[in-house]
Ligand binder design. Structure first.
Ligand SMILES: *[C@@H]1O[C@H](CO)[C@@H](O)[C@H](O)[C@H]1NC(C)=O
Ligand SMILES: *[C@@H]1O[C@H](CO)[C@@H](O)[C@H](O)[C@H]1NC(C)=O
Ligand SMILES: *[C@@H]1O[C@H](CO)[C@@H](O)[C@H](O)[C@H]1NC(C)=O
Ligand SMILES: *[C@@H]1O[C@H](CO)[C@@H](O)[C@H](O)[C@H]1NC(C)=O
Ligand SMILES: *[C@@H]1O[C@H](CO)[C@@H](O)[C@H](O)[C@H]1NC(C)=O
Length: 738
């Protein structure tokens, strides 16, 4: 019972956060109010509602003009995806990539709810999150950690939960970056050229879930798609998003991603951000008074401007922000000190997610959990907080001290940061373990500290972020997938002198671990991602077995970077997405490349048995025929069957397992990846306990995008059903025929 006590407490916190969600108004009701308010507005006020007031022109990173004729504020838009940027105190949650690694729908929702509550408390109307683009097709791409993992289904479920959590707390969510912004190099100039099927089955997929979850806003991205800027792309904005997906909210530009007055308006953009002129040479604020002029000279219709305003007002009414919404309680530009403390008990949520996202990769002879070693060497600069301060580098644009967020606009300021050494020291305080440290990355010093200790824990990192900051020669995207600061040499030196060496990895994405795994004395490897402010506490919870690790990789760890078959294109080049559907595990499976640790992999301190699979699917083949509503054709979301099974904890301690469902499509769906994730469920189980898993399949889960029919189509033939503990550890199989 000891093993689960911490979890039980945290689960209560999570449930109460989720229970605080408020009922949403409906889009129809919100549109009615918006259309009524629209009647009172002048043309200048309408242009003001759709235009930012310029960078640093208001307290938030984005602010619109407040009209006088109706009671509607200067909207406050603020980053970002793991906490509120430029404000303090706020909670720095684990990055979204860690939320994805929990594979825990309830925790992802709780994280969204807590972030949304902090936003609302600070008067932020629109929180610029969550992220489904980058989806993460390029393992070295800088911003993958802002999203939930390199699979569209996992990303889509996480988008839904995050949005429902955030909007349930009253803040407008913003699904971004729409779309195909898969790398940092050249993002402001490159074109992502993509075929229609890949667009639908990989990159657009999670935006379906976002729209279906009633997301208030979508952010168009910096790049071009098929040669046309994302923020003036008729096919992408009016076509896919507003017509096919039935999106009723508004499209805002990424910051300075707008390139025209008329084109952007007529192709479906609804709000320009931040409304200032970052251009070289200057001279183009595209909307504001220019939009009024464009309507006057009829190049943009009055209906289009009214539609923009209606969409923006409707989103505000949808979230009921017209009723007693707090005033903005901080300014981004003067240190961000908030006049209220909104952090509540969100540190508990952060700790739970950090803990449950830890992926145990290797654990020889049950080295972990630790059993009170007499002495423990803690090695590496990642074990401690940056001596200059946790927030010393602007937008976390350096890799000094423990790594708990990436860098760029998707960061927030730590209110405090529990480093691994802090967490471990606190945990062993009463147990008499002697701690020896070497808190630099110097291999000689590390080996000296480790030589006399019972066990050694070596901390290594790999960092990435947004391209406007270059860190240690990495311009956003990583130069390679190796550990930074010569982490391989540090591990080798320590493992040469200590027979029980444990490696802990903090990283924004996959790291090549071959050198480390070749050291016979490396007996355990713990992958902790980007865990946020509660890093050290969460790590100690797992290292000491207060809970079993239960995270699963949200991407593949290959044996080499070349094995992924994909890297970022250089500045000035375009990306033709020639790998098509075959990214991450789809690529490894298709080409029969053995990964080091496959997508979905993660060990536990206990063992699980899978049994009693039952597949019950009753679907008709052919295209979806439902009327388009919010989220697309209605019948895409109809449940057409279930896969059920029983998971039993057959080990000695409590733990949690993720039952993962993959489908193999019949050949009538041409050239489809061998296995695709189409369901998962996480269960926490005491020793000897079993739990029922029931995974529902929706029509879209058994459909592929048929380019000729321009529709999601259920193919005829026999589907293979694979259920397992990872994408390669398949425990049960079945079939169904359509
Ligand atoms: C991009 O171009 C490809 C090739 O012509 C086409 O199949 C696809 O539908 C286009 N997609 C968009 C969003 O324009
Ligand atoms: C109309 O006005 C807009 C904004 O000044 C300008 O960009 C556009 O070129 C004008 N179009 C015509 C046909 O005059
Ligand atoms: C693990 O246990 C086996 C069997 O006792 C032993 O042969 C092996 O050396 C151990 N491995 C390590 C790394 O201690
Ligand atoms: C540490 O000591 C406490 C108090 O003596 C004990 O309850 C706990 O089990 C010990 N922890 C470990 C990991 O042995
Ligand atoms: C484990 O699962 C298998 C089927 O996969 C089943 O035959 C066996 O009875 C199960 N054992 C336990 C202990 O549940």
């Amino acid at each position: 019972m000891h093993y689960f006590s911490a979890s039980a407490t945290a689960t209560l916190t999570v449930l109460s956060a989720a229970a605080l969600t408020q009922a949403l108004s409906t889009w129809d009701a919100a549109y009615e109010k918006a259309q009524e308010s629209l009647q009172s507005l002048t043309q200048d006020e309408k242009a003001g509602i759709v235009s930012g007031v310029t960078w640093e022109g208001g307290p938030c990173v984005g602010n619109t003009y407040a009209p006088k004729s109706i009671a509607y504020p200067s909207l406050c838009l603020q980053d970002g995806p793991l906490g509120i940027r430029f404000a303090n105190p706020v909670t720095v949650f684990p990055a979204a990539i860690n939320a994805g690694a929990t594979w825990d729908r309830e925790l992802i929702r709780a994280r969204g709810a807590a972030m949304g509550a902090e936003s609302k408390g600070l008067g932020v109307h629109v929180q610029l999150a969550p992220v489904a683009g980058a989806l993460g097709k390029i393992p070295s791409a800088g911003r993958n950690w802002e999203g939930f993992g390199s699979d569209p289904y996992l990303s889509g479920i996480a988008m839904q939960e995050a949005i429902e959590g955030m909007q349930g707390s009253g803040v407008q969510a913003c699904a971004k970056h729409y779309i195909l912004n898969e790398q940092e190099h050249g993002r402001d100039s490159m074109s992502s050229n993509i075929d229609d099927r890949t667009m639908h089955e990989l990159y657009l997929w999670p935006f379906y879930d976002a729209v279906k979850a009633n997301v208030a806003s979508v952010m168009c991205s910096y790049n071009k798609i098929n040669g046309t800027w994302a923020c003036e792309n008729e096919a992408v904005l009016n076509g896919l998003l507003k017509e096919e997906l039935g999106f009723r909210g508004y499209v805002m530009s990424d910051w300075n991603a707008q390139h025209s007055t008329v084109e952007s308006a007529n192709t479906g953009m609804d709000m320009t951000m931040p409304g200032s002129d970052f251009n070289q040479p200057p001279g183009s604020i595209y909307w504001d008074s220019n939009l009024v002029e464009a309507v006057a000279n009829t190049s943009v219709s009055q209906d289009r401007l009214d539609d923009m305003v209606t969409r923006i007002l409707a989103a505000w009414y949808l979230l009921e922000q017209d009723e007693g919404y707090p005033e903005v309680a901080f300014s981004s530009w003067n240190g961000g000190k908030a006049s209220v403390d909104v952090t509540a008990n969100h540190g508990d949520v952060a700790r739970t997610i950090a803990r449950d996202s830890i992926v145990l990769l290797k654990n020889e002879n049950q080295t972990l959990p630790l059993k009170n070693p007499a002495s423990l060497a803690i090695i590496g600069s990642d074990a401690i907080v940056n001596p200059d301060g946790a927030n010393a580098c602007t937008d976390r644009g350096c890799n000094k001290g423990t790594l708990a967020e990436g860098w760029g606009s998707g960061t927030a300021e730590f209110p405090y940061l529990i480093a691994p050494l802090d967490g471990i020291q606190k945990r062993v305080a009463s147990n008499g373990t002697k701690i020896v440290t070497s808190t630099t990355d110097d291999a000689t010093a590390g080996a000296e500290a480790a030589a006399g200790a019972d066990m050694a824990i070596v901390f290594i990192t790999s960092d990435s972020g947004e391209g406007y900051i270059t860190v240690e020669n990495n311009a956003g995207d990583r130069n390679d997938l190796n550990p930074w600061h010569d982490g391989n040499a540090l591990v080798k030196a320590v493992a040469a002198v200590n027979t029980k060496t444990i490696v802990v990895v903090h990283s924004s994405g996959p790291v090549i671990l071959e050198t480390i795994l070749q050291q016979p004395n490396v007996v355990a490897v713990v992958f902790a991602g980007l865990p946020g402010q509660e890093s050290g506490n969460a790590l100690a919870d797992v290292l000491y077995g207060d809970v079993s690790p239960s995270g699963k990789l949200p991407y593949t760890i290959g044996q080499s970077e070349e094995d992924y078959g994909i890297t970022w294109v250089k500045d000035g080049a375009n990306d033709d997405f020639s790998e098509g559907l075959f990214i991450d595990y789809r690529h490894f499976d298709q080409n029969e490349i053995a990964p080091r640790y496959e997508f979905g992999f993660g060990l536990s301190y206990t063992r699980f048995n899978f049994s009693g699979i039952q597949v019950n699917v009753d679907a008709t083949s052919g295209p979806a025929t439902g009327a388009v509503g919010v989220g697309g054709a209605a019948d895409l979301y109809e449940v057409v069957g279930t896969v059920s099974l029983v998971v039993t904890n057959i080990g000695d301690v409590a733990g949690a397992e993720v039952a993962q469902l993959y489908l193999g499509f019949p050949d009538t769906a041409p050239a489809t990846p061998p296995k695709q994730l189409r369901g998962f469920q996480k269960l926490a189980l005491e020793p000897s306990a079993n739990g029922d898993v029931e995974i529902e399949l929706r029509r879209r889960d058994i459909s592929y995008w048929d380019v000729a029919q321009q529709q999601w189509v259920v193919p005829t033939g026999t589907f293979d059903v694979y259920v397992g503990a990872s994408s390669r550890d398949i425990r049960l199989t079945g079939t169904f025929t359509v």
